[in-house]
Design a protein around this ligand. Structure first.
Ligand SMILES: NC(=O)c1ccc[n+]([C@@H]2O[C@H](COP(=O)([O-])OP(=O)(O)OC[C@H]3O[C@@H](n4cnc5c(N)ncnc54)[C@H](OP(=O)(O)O)[C@@H]3O)[C@@H](O)[C@H]2O)c1
Length: 500
């Protein structure tokens, strides 16, 4: 099996003691655009399974990403019962890898419960034989955070379905592109003095992403795991403070740790989000989870599926090396922001945006070279001479609870449709011709940035900013920033041509 953008030498499940059972039937992976689902799908395909992925919105990159037609893609929303019927039809086993954390504290619990109820009902109706769910670790007898409580609620709803359910409960998942890893790494590497609230003394059993994937695949292949809840964790139990400390040591940074008297989660989530690429709602849910000790209560799965669990240091080292090699396969930012269904595409706007500014340049460089340079903008490499302006705008965005420029990008060299680039997201990508980015920063309107390459021998490179607003403040915003466009975009277009 050949996967584009995926190094096939690095599948995780080769040392699993279980054997593939593709003859059992079709496997549905929900949350396939997410961090876990995106890594599970290639493993299942590699082991010969007939996989159907469920996505809320289909992107042109999806087919290519999942092996060019080898995977069936269905569009369904777990909050829409009718669409679920289609997704669950003829399925043997379904992975439930969905959560709505990005909706924020007020909405995610109710949405997650309703989603699980819908899924359970239709899975039963469609005679699905197994549901495999990845939830959160946490002592059910203690006062759990809303996030962990919600994970348990989802498990209960699925178990009430009448379908055979296997539950895997994991604490912090560490791996390249995981939100927890990026938070820990950014705190450990960006701060000289690291303040720790008192609950940083709580203990946790982090697990590496590869061990999670092995467990997800292994339970599918082991009948005796039906109707059981398993705790899964790595080989170390550490306090959260120790996790940050070990991470700073691995990155070769000497850090001073002080105790922080502030315990207000809202404030801590906000400041942590400012210091890391991860948005406040995700940080907040994760921080709330730190108030609980999250340690495996039993090791039953290790007995059924014995394989070498990684230590915390090993998982950090692996994540670090994946980042260095620019081989991050999925990232927390892959899942769409909550309003993605409502995000109008530029081509759908009628009439087209009223406010535009265009910049062009003729060059002898090839379309391939130009496109490569265009696809490398943002992230660590930045935005050339005007980078400070983008960073400033990104910092303002973060303060306003937006995504900011620190969100970065998954790969420094390649882009796919729906990838994020700082505070933009790829809306359209046509190789060697067009890259269209949609703004996800806080704006009093909608904005897009288009890079287009035209011409035969001599190429014409165009950059065009589009902006649509109806509000008075929106118009003031456009005219305030218009004078800066000349500097920013003229520099951008020249530097792209120069670098190509
Ligand atoms: N990552 C961790 O550290 C961690 C730790 C312990 C347990 N877990 C559990 O693992 C599971 C997967 O987590 P993850 O990190 O992969 O999450 P993620 O990256 O945030 O992905 C969430 C997925 O859910 C999908 N989704 C959200 N609402 C949906 C809806 N209404 N209908 C259909 N799909 C919907 C999203 O699709 P869109 O792209 O359309 O938004 C996305 O694919 C969750 O149950 C989580 O609790 C994760």
């Amino acid at each position: 099996m050949v996967f584009k953008n995926m190094d096939t030498n690095h599948f995780f499940c080769h040392d699993l003691p279980s054997f593939p059972v593709p003859e059992k039937g079709k496997i549905l992976v929900t949350g396939a655009t997410g961090y876990i689902g995106g890594r599970l799908v290639p493993e299942l395909i590699e082991r010969g399974y007939d996989v159907r992925v469920m996505v809320r919105a289909i992107s042109p990159a999806d087919k290519e990403r999942w092996g060019n037609g080898k995977v069936e893609i269905v569009v369904a929303d777990v909050l829409d019962v009718d669409s679920l019927r289609n997704a669950l039809d003829g399925v043997y086993a379904a992975y439930y890898l969905i959560h709505s954390m990005l909706l924020g504290k007020e909405e995610f619990q109710a949405a997650d419960k309703k989603a699980a109820q819908n899924f359970a009902k239709i899975a039963h109706e469609k005679k699905v034989e197994r549901i495999i769910y990845l939830g959160g670790l946490g002592d059910t007898k203690s006062a759990l955070s809303p996030h962990l409580r919600s994970r348990i609620e989802v498990a209960n709803e699925l178990m009430a379905s009448g379908v055979s359910v296997t539950i895997l409960r994991a604490a912090v998942i560490i791996g390249s592109g995981s939100a927890s890893y990026e938070i820990i790494k950014n705190l450990a590497t960006n701060l000289l003095v690291i303040p720790l609230p008192h609950w940083a003394k709580n203990r946790c059993q982090p697990i590496g992403i590869r061990d999670v994937i092995k467990a997800l695949v292994g339970v599918l292949e082991t009948n005796t795991t039906k109707d059981i809840s398993f705790d899964i964790g790595g080989s170390d139990i550490l306090t959260y403070g120790e996790m940050i400390q070990k991470c700073s040591e691995i990155f070769g940074k000497k850090r001073v740790f002080i105790s922080l008297p502030i315990t207000n989660i809202k404030f801590l989530a906000y400041t942590t989000s400012l210091l890391t690429p991860v948005p406040t709602p995700i940080v907040r849910s994760l921080l709330e989870g730190l108030k609980n000790e999250v340690i495996c209560e039993c090791d039953a799965l290790e007995k059924i599926l014995p394989y070498q669990r990684l230590s915390y240091a090993e998982t950090v080292l692996r994540a670090m090396s994946r980042e260095e090699q620019d081989r991050i396969h999925t990232r927390w930012s892959d899942a769409y922001p909550p309003a993605h269904e409502l995000a109008l595409k530029l081509s759908e706007l009628i009439p087209p945006p009223e406010y535009t500014s265009s910049y062009s340049l003729s060059t002898e460089k090839t379309a391939t070279a130009l496109f490569k340079s265009i696809c490398e903008i943002g992230g660590e490499k930045g935005w050339f001479n005007s980078n400070w302006m983008w960073q400033l705008r990104g910092a303002i965005d973060k303060v306003l609870l937006g995504v900011g420029t620190t969100r970065g990008r998954k790969s420094a060299s390649t882009l796919r449709a729906t990838d994020v680039v700082d505070f933009w997201r790829v809306e359209r990508l046509e190789i060697d011709e067009l890259l269209l980015l949609r703004a996800e920063m806080k704006l009093p309107g909608r904005a897009w940035l288009e890079f287009r390459i035209e011409g035969e021998k001599v190429k014409k490179l165009h950059i065009k900013a589009y902006y649509q607003t109806q509000s008075f403040f929106g118009k003031i915003y456009w005219y305030t920033f218009l004078p800066f466009h000349d500097y920013i975009f003229n520099d951008l277009i020249k530097q792209i041509a120069k670098k190509s």
